[in-house]
Design a protein around this ligand. Sequence first.
Ligand code: SF4
Length: 363
Amino acid sequence: MNKQTTHPLKNDFFSKKITNWYLQNKRDLPWRNTQNPYYIWLSEIILQQTRVAQGMPYYYKFVEAFPTVQDLANADENEVLRLWQGLGYYSRARNLHKTAKMVVEDYNGVFPEKYSELLKLKGIGTYTAAAIASFAFGEKVAVLDGNVYRVLSRVFGETTDISGKDAKKVFTQLAESVLPASDSATHNQAIMEFGAMHCTPASPDCMFCTLAMECVANATGQVSLLPIKTKKVKVKERFFNYFIIEQNGNFAMRKRLGRDVWEGMYDFYLKEIEENIQDLSYLAMEDTFLSELIKNSLIKRESSIYIHILTHQRIQTKFWHLEVDNHFLLHLPQELEWYNLNEVDDLPKSTLVNNYLKEYVFE
Ligand code: SF4
């Protein structure tokens, strides 16, 4: 669009200003002091949808447990998920593991250096490929994350809807057009840091901004309107009833399979229903295992409702903690197995399950 090509910040001014700001204001983050593509990749995956303060301990835990991509590739999936526990979006951890195996098996343990090659790895999209290619190998390629969208949209007055289908193309072109001839790595770090620390979504510091004079949004009073995002995330309501089955100090748990939240993590016997009904006889209807179980158990605890919010789902959960008569021979459904308390502690679990266990079982 015209205003981009005629904007006074073109011809390297934008890059110079933002890089100067970065050099004076950047946070000292461990993944910024390395060019090791494995560490850079780890940090980028951990930081997706995660704040730096929350992701930092996970970064250190992973680097310590798996110092090389080979170590990560050789790990057991449960070990990887257990380490990831509490960070959410568990498909990131599973893909991390798969990608490590791919790097070891198909690339001899050496990360490809080119953006186009990095894109072929599972779980590495355009953003992560650009980050690795730029930060580790100095390739002149623009990174585009939420911070970059926001900064570019405001500074250049770009009004394309960032949730629309054209956004990626338009903003990629804009991001590429302001890349400097050399050291695109520092430029990329700078624009992301500027978005994270200064030109923030709700309270950008326009008064003391190095770009205040040239910023289109600031000059036209559109700071709070940009970037434009019309599509809202649809949130699905779900209702879970978890049955914690305990007998002789052992707990029946299962690994979650199938493409759903928390795939690969461990949980309990689950009844998911369409409505918020908390009635045992209703839940046991047409479920012979549950009917048998209830007949031969004591209700040790019936929890209040736990509400767990994910990006696209709001899950209301009730836990029914049942203690099965020690003399009753309970035939577990195939997917459930018995675990003692130490084993339960070691298994990877969602924050929801872990919160209940921490509150009432590992007290
Ligand atoms: S003037 Fe305000 S909106 Fe513009 S770049 Fe600076 S902080 Fe962001």
